[in-house]
Write a protein that binds this ligand. Structure first.
Ligand code: LLP
Length: 431
């Protein structure tokens, strides 16, 4: 695994920068020192400007094609971020009734831009989405299609659905987040799809509206997306010959980012991705739906943490931070790499250290054997690219209170989620 020096972490792909070498790390115009002092640590800080900029990259790359970007809510479901994206025209990809509630709380006007994915939808969740009149259900099994038909008939609501097909395409990524192979639990075998669409012909409550595919997450090459969509497009043409005319193709999410140096150009990556899609869908006149999550929000966010202690155990140096695996689980769960930068640089030589949290597990680490500029207790560190699957996967393990969140909009920083209190945690419990 390559090691990167601290200076490489500041890159145009990230909103975090130092106005000059002596200043603290900033998010746009805001010093992380200032917000950490005001709101405490651990603290998630996001750049609204970068999130909007990333959304615009999809719009520019897909100009000329009818498309809707349905942000994958699971990546970061903060209401303020959902509202920001909705205000800039995004739709949403949800996987639970809870995520639908969030969209409705943040941007009720966006209900008709929601697609509902997920392998295990309950009848109650289906009813909730039918009542909200969402854009489309992405159906993942025959059983779910039967349930959807039954609920739609019961509620007397005509329902747009897509089958999520499994294209049997391999995409290189972490095994936990790869989804496009037949052996995965996701989707319906692409060979079965035509029969299933045909089986609901004439059902007055079910409208075959589209087809969807999602092959995995953190995929850095455009090629597997192209292969999957070629298969999907072929099926769409076959279905048209059979008299089933689908008006949308949902290409899923999965576009990866560069967690290491951060030097790859995000706009170029979106352009390459769009080119692969356009080439696979050449001749398709309907609407393209996309479900990016990580690509829109990951690099916009950092987790700011304060160093509690620096200790030596044998030959190893441990930097103990006040954030832990419960706040950002990606390193522990996927052996994920996050660049870690001191908010204010001290002079002196970098040292090889482990950066860990206070949770009582050896799995509670953010980096192992990492070169880090000198730090002392009380210093702040920023864990970069933490905007996606950071706060969204945070827990209360060790009865730790989940972090506060701040959104930087232009020259202003505002609290979008206050830090939890012990009273919040205890509120649901019965002695
Ligand atoms: N659509 C569907 C149906 C999905 O399952 C996912 C992610 C997305 C869209 C968005 O994928 P993205 O554009 O964010 O790659 N917790 C893991 C990632 C799990 C992804 C799950 N599904 C991580 O921290 O890497």
């Amino acid at each position: 695994m390559p090691r990167h020096t601290i200076t490489s972490a500041v890159s145009p792909a990230r909103p975090f920068h130092r106005p000059d070498s002596h200043s603290s790390l900033h998010c746009g115009a805001i010093s992380l020192e200032v917000v950490a002092k005001k709101y405490g640590t651990p603290l998630y800080v996001y750049s609204a400007d970068q999130i909007v900029e990333r959304l615009q990259m999809f719009h520019s790359a897909l100009a000329g094609r009818d498309h809707l970007v349905c942000y994958a809510v699971k990546a970061n479901s903060s209401l303020a971020i959902l509202k920001l994206l909705a205000d800039h025209g995004a739709g949403f990809d949800i996987v639970s009734g809870g995520e639908l509630d969030r969209v409705l709380a943040a941007a009720p006007e966006a209900a008709n831009r929601v697609v509902f994915s997920g392998v295990g939808k309950t009848a109650a969740e289906i009813d909730q989405a039918l009542t909200a009149n969402i854009l489309e259900f992405n159906v993942e099994s025959e059983g779910e299609l039967e349930l959807l038909a039954a609920r739609a008939a019961k509620l007397k609501r005509k329902t747009r659905f897509a089958l999520r097909v499994n294209p049997d395409v391999f995409a290189e990524t972490h095994p936990y987040i790869s989804t496009g192979l037949r052996e995965h639990k996701f989707g319906i075998d692409i060979k079965r799809a035509a029969t299933l669409y045909a089986s609901v012909k004439g059902n007055r409550w079910l409208e075959p509206h589209g087809i969807s595919v999602h092959i995995g997450s953190q995929i850095r090459s455009a090629e597997p997306f192209g292969s999957a969509l070629e298969r999907v497009h072929k099926l769409v043409r076959q279905l048209r010959r059979d008299g089933i005319d689908l008006c949308s193709i949902d290409a899923g999410g999965g576009l990866g980012i560069d967690y290491h140096g951060g030097h790859s150009d995000p706009a170029a990556r979106v352009a390459g991705y769009a080119a692969a899609i356009n080439s696979a869908l050449n001749g398709f006149e309907g609407r393209l739906l996309l479900e990016p999550g990580r690509f829109l929000v990951a690099q916009a966010g950092a987790l700011v943490t304060r160093v509690l202690n620096v200790k030596q155990n044998g030959r190893k140096t441990f930097v103990i931070a006040d954030a832990a695996m419960n706040d950002l689980i990606r390193p522990a769960l996927y052996q994920a790499h996050h660049e870690i930068v001191p908010v204010r640089l001290r002079p002196g030589r970098a040292r090889t250290v482990d950066i860990v949290g206070p949770v009582c597990e050896s799995g509670d680490f953010f980096a192992r054997d990492r070169k880090l500029a000198p730090v002392e207790p009380g210093d702040l560190l920023a864990l970069l690219d933490a905007g996606a699957y950071g706060m969204a996967q945070a827990s209360n393990y060790n009865s730790r209170l989940r972090p506060a969140e701040v959104l930087v909009e232009g020259k202003r920083a505002r609290l979008i989620k206050r830090r939890e209190t012990m009273a919040d945690l205890l509120a649901t419990e019965i002695v």
